[in-house]
Design a protein around this ligand. Sequence first.
Ligand code: 5GP
Length: 122
Amino acid sequence: MATYDDQNIFARILRGEIPNDTVTETEHTLVFRDIRPQAPVHVLVIPKGAYVSFEDFAANASEVEIMDFMRTAAKVSHDLGISMDTGKGFRAIANSGEHSHQEVPHFHLHLLAGRPLGAMLV
Ligand code: 5GP
């Protein structure tokens, strides 16, 4: 497993060193708007703990952190009006590692919505 780089941009956001457009936060999870949105709604859901990737988070986060992450992502989709109940749905993407073009080595989930996103995933 890759070593966590505590100078990555999301670690710096979590420490308050870089401003962000926060949508919501809980004890374990932060949700903020992507600086280069790829859709009308584009938010990033990140755990507050130091996890490099999807695999790292799944293997090493506590059940409480994982539950909080999933429930917060679902709640924010509802609150932003992009869930299947409150809107027209969203796409959730977690890039993990080199071939996925993961740019920031702190695990995150993209929530993209607000227009038809097409059937192609890549
Ligand atoms: P990845 O390619 O790692 O899955 O996605 C990283 C995302 O982080 C990109 O969509 C990029 O626009 C976003 N991002 C990079 N730097 C910053 C930043 O300083 N602030 C915010 N809000 N988003 C950022």
